[in-house]
Every structure is written in C-alpha cells, then in structure tokens.
Design a protein around this ligand. Structure first.
Ligand SMILES: Cc1ncc(COP(=O)(O)O)c(C=O)c1O
Length: 368
C-alpha cells in the first residue's frame, strides 16, 4: 500500500543525497575498499568528535556494541544488570546473551528509566546499568551517574535512538563507560543496512571492542582471544560519512517538526504528547520517534491508515510479558499501561509542511 505520509521515507532521503552517495559508491568500488579501510576510521573519528569521546568503534549493529561492552566488562552468570522493560528487546537480550540476569525497572511518563527507583534495584550482584535514551530523549543522567558512582557501577548507555541528544549540554553516549548507537536504516543517522558504533573514553574498552568485532585478531598474524565477525562494512561507513555532514541540519529539522506537531496537536483530549522541544532546558531531544499516548490507540492506528498516514505501534506487548523471554516475574504497571497506549507518528527530515499538517488534521478529526 502506498501512503500519503509513510512512516519513514528512505527513497526520498536517497533522492536528496543521491549524487554524493553514487559518487561515494563509485569511489569505494573503484578502490576496492570493502573491509575495515579508511572510511571506517574516518567515520569513527567523526562520531567520536561529535559525541565528545576519545574513541569510537564501528561494529555491525547497536546490539553488538552493548554486547561487546558487557563482554569486555566480563559479566558472568550470577551477575545482574539493570535496565528497563520499555525498550527495544535488544537492550535486555544482550544482558542474557552475555550470561547475566536482567533486572527490569520502571520508566517515567517520558519513557525513560525512573531514577527514583533505580537505587532500590541495586544488589551486591549488580555489575552494570543500561539506561536507555528512548525516542531521542536522554535519561536523567545527573541522577543516574550519581547513583552509579555511589555504588561503583558501570554505565553502558543504550543511545541507539539518541545520537545528538543532550542532557545538561552533554551528549548521549558520553556519560558512561560506553555509549552504544544503532545505525539501522531508520535511525537519525542510518546506513543502508545494519551498523552500530560504540563510544568510550577508555582506551582499553575501545581496543577490546576492536578485537571482539574481528575475531580477536590484533594483527594479521596474532590472535589474542576468540571474538566475532561484527565489523562495520567499509562501504556503509563511507555512506555514513556522506550522511554525517547532514546530521546537524537533520536534527534541527526533527526538532522543528516536533514543535509543529506540539503546536498542532496540543489540547486534543484523548492524547498526551511527548515533551516539546526546549520545554525543559536540561533536555535536548532529537525525536527519533514522536510517540503519543493515545486513548483508543488501535482505532486511531486504523483510522490514520485509512487516511493514508502510516504510524507505528512498537511493542504493544511489554517485553516482560513476552512469553518466550521468561521475564514474567517483573511487575511494572506503568510500562504495561504504556504498551497499550503508545503510537508513533511519522517524523523525519524529509516530511513536507503539507504532510505534517495533514497528519495533524487527521489526528484532530479522529478525536473531535
Ligand atoms: C533502544 C534500542 N536499543 C538497541 C537497539 C539495537 O540496535 P540494532 O538494531 O542496530 O542492533 C535498537 C534498535 O532499534 C534500539 O532502538
């Protein structure tokens, strides 16, 4: 089905940068630079300087960046790692895959970890905290870092959805021991396939992540431990370097669109809006997703679909209620309530003013 307003518009983004992309493609193939070449290095430098960390390491996904951080930390059976249930399942999956036990806690109404209950979840077995900066908004990082410091805990920021988001002027991915970003195509900075990047100020962690992504191969002849094949493709890195030049303007556009939505949707009874840009000076949100809490959510979804507006209902079943995951021991009432209400509207730099206004009009028509 073709939508008047698709949820994302990769073809349109491609049209806007087509010349640069094709030139890059031609350059890479003409040079034969496919695996761990200079474009990966250049991308890592770009990200490290943007986020404000000493190092960045490109890998094949946002999942592996977190997994490698946990492996590098050496978590093992019996260890606990605290995160939230209201997130993409990868934030929890990496803890299980690394051999530790996920401890899931509640979020606040802004969808980020509730710092008022974090301390109560810490036990002598806790090794790390994975705060998730969801939808382009950071967690309350001053409180989190204070608690982590007090209990001597490692922080691995799941910033998959929040490249460019800030708290107190400081970038997501620069607070903790490790920052983890996804470069999945629909992300703020996405490649044409899968990718991820880890940020850190710890030289050791950067080195371990580089080894883990490439079978532990330190040099062509020396292998220091077993690793994985999780390299960021050089061609993807080259495309990311093209897109990286547009990142500041794309972030600004996302914030502009969020402000237009905020203005146009304000006051409709039946929906709650996410925090508006600059509604709290501590937060600089980048609106990876524009998520409403909506009454009659499923009817709204169908209505908008009929009108040609594609929306997304992500995780209508809370992760701890997914039968196959074995997490049913957690009771998280707000998370469960959010799973019934959340719906994301289209938000990406390529949206036209007309499309945004049409989405607003459709949502208004549904409720009024
Ligand atoms: C919050 C969150 N964490 C982790 C990930 C995993 O990233 P990837 O898909 O690149 O492995 C995602 C991706 O959607 C995500 O949104």
């Amino acid at each position: 089905m073709s939508y008047k307003v698709p949820f994302v518009d990769i073809p349109k983004q491609y049209q806007n940068i087509k010349e640069e992309v094709l030139k890059t493609f031609d350059g890479i193939l003409s040079r034969g630079d496919l695996i761990l070449r200079k474009d990966v290095e250049e991308f890592e430098k770009n990200i490290a300087s943007f986020v404000g960390t000493k190092y960045a390491v490109g890998v094949n996904s946002g999942t592996d960046t977190m997994f490698f951080a946990l492996k590098a930390l050496g978590v093992k059976e019996g260890d606990e790692v605290i995160t939230v249930s209201h997130t993409f399942v990868a934030s929890i999956g990496v803890i299980v895959q690394a051999g530790a036990k996920p401890i899931l806690i509640e979020v606040k109404e802004d969808f980020t970890m509730d710092m008022d209950i974090l301390e109560g979840a810490i036990t002598p077995k806790t090794k790390a905290i994975i705060p998730v900066h969801l939808n382009g908004r950071t967690c309350q990082m001053d409180k989190l870092m204070e608690i982590a410091k007090k209990h001597n805990l490692v922080v691995i920021e799941d910033a998959a959805q929040s490249l460019g988001a800030k708290f107190g002027g400081k970038m997501a991915g620069s607070f903790g021991w490790a920052g983890s970003f996804s470069l999945y195509p629909f992300k703020i900075l996405g490649c044409f396939g899968d990718g991820g990047v880890l940020t850190t100020n710890d030289e050791n962690l950067a080195e371990k992540a580089r080894l883990l992504r490439d079978h532990g191969q330190k040099t062509k002849t020396e292998i220091v431990y077993f690793g994985f094949n999780s390299r960021l493709d050089n061609i993807q890195a080259a495309f990311l370097n093209v897109k990286f030049k547009h990142l500041p303007e794309w972030i600004e556009r996302r914030r502009e669109i969020a402000a237009v939505y905020d203005n146009g949707l304000n006051g409709i009874s039946g929906i709650e809006l996410p925090p508006a840009p600059d509604s709290d000076s501590k937060y600089f949100d980048v609106y990876q997703n524009y998520v409403l809490k909506a009454q009659k959510r499923d009817e709204l979804f169908s209505f908008l679909k009929e009108k040609g507006v594609e929306t997304l209902i992500k995780d209508p079943i809370a992760n701890h209620h997914q039968v196959g995951l074995g997490l049913s021991g957690f009771k998280l009432p707000l998370t469960e309530k959010l799973a019934e209400k959340v719906i994301s509207l289209p938000l990406y730099p390529e949206l036209t003013q007309k499309q945004i206004e049409y989405v607003i009009e459709c949502v208004r028509n549904f409720y009024e």
